[in-house]
Design a protein around this ligand. Structure first.
Ligand code: FES
Length: 97
């Protein structure tokens, strides 16, 4: 299990490597990250990784561009942690090409 924390340490939850960040957050009964389609298409669960590593499954390029991804932006419903992580949820409209 890995510890997933907000950048400002306002919250945290635990997430196994076989669970997406969004599913683990839901299982913890929390609503820190907005939830939409849960399938990598709508983009509402976009977060920026500030530290830590994750594996990502297919994400909509319309929602996460290659440049976004290079800057650490992922969709929480498609991100599976490989270490403890610190993430920023307030990323929605900050990242432009
Ligand atoms: S909930 Fe829709 S992309 Fe993650």
């Amino acid at each position: 299990m890995h510890r997933i924390q907000d950048a400002k340490k306002r919250w945290e939850f635990m997430c196994g490597e076989d669970s997406s960040l969004l599913i683990a957050m839901n299982k913890a009964g929390a609503k820190y990250i907005p939830v939409g389609c849960r399938a990598g298409g709508c983009g509402v669960c976009k977060v920026k990784i500030l530290s830590g590593e994750c594996h990502t499954k297919t994400m909509s390029r319309a929602k996460v561009t290659e440049l976004d991804e290079a800057r650490g932006v992922v969709l929480a419903c498609r991100a599976y942690p490989r270490s403890d992580m610190v993430i920023d949820v307030a990323v929605k409209n900050e990242i432009k090409q």
